[in-house]
Design a protein around this ligand. Sequence first.
Ligand code: ZN
Length: 147
Amino acid sequence: MQQLENLYRQIIMDHYKNPRHKGLIDSDRYRTHHIKNPSCGDDITVQSAVKDGIVKDVRHDGSGCSICCSSASVLATLMIGQNIDSAQKLTDNYLNMIMNRPVDENLDLEDALAYQGVKQFPARIKCATIAWKAFEQTLKEWSDNDE
Ligand code: ZN
C-alpha cells in the first residue's frame, strides 16, 4: 500500500511540475469555464474543444496548489480523444471517487486514480474537483448546443 501511495504521489508531482496541455487558446472552437476556490487560492480555467461528438482538445491554466493544478493536467490527458458520453461518465466516476461515493470499477480513470486518497482529507476535496467541475460545465455547453 505504501508503494502505491508513493506511485500516486509521483504521478501528482509529475503533472504538477510538467503540466500537460497547459495554456488557454483564444478560439471559438473552445468552450471555457473558470472556477475559483477561495479556501485554498486555487484559480483555474478549463477549455474543451469538441467536434463530431469527440473531445478534440482540453486546455487549462491558472494557479493553485499541487492537487488542483496537477489534476487539471491529468484531466486533459485523460479526456482528449473521448466521446462526450465517456467524458461525462469518467467525470462522474472521478467526482464519485473523490467524494467517497460508489464508483464504476469498469471505467479506467488511469492517472486520475492517484487522487483517490483525497477523500480522506475533506479540506482538499475542492482542490481535486474544481478543474473537473469546470470541464463538466464546458461539456454541458457542448451537449446543449450540439453542432
Ligand atoms: Zn488547492
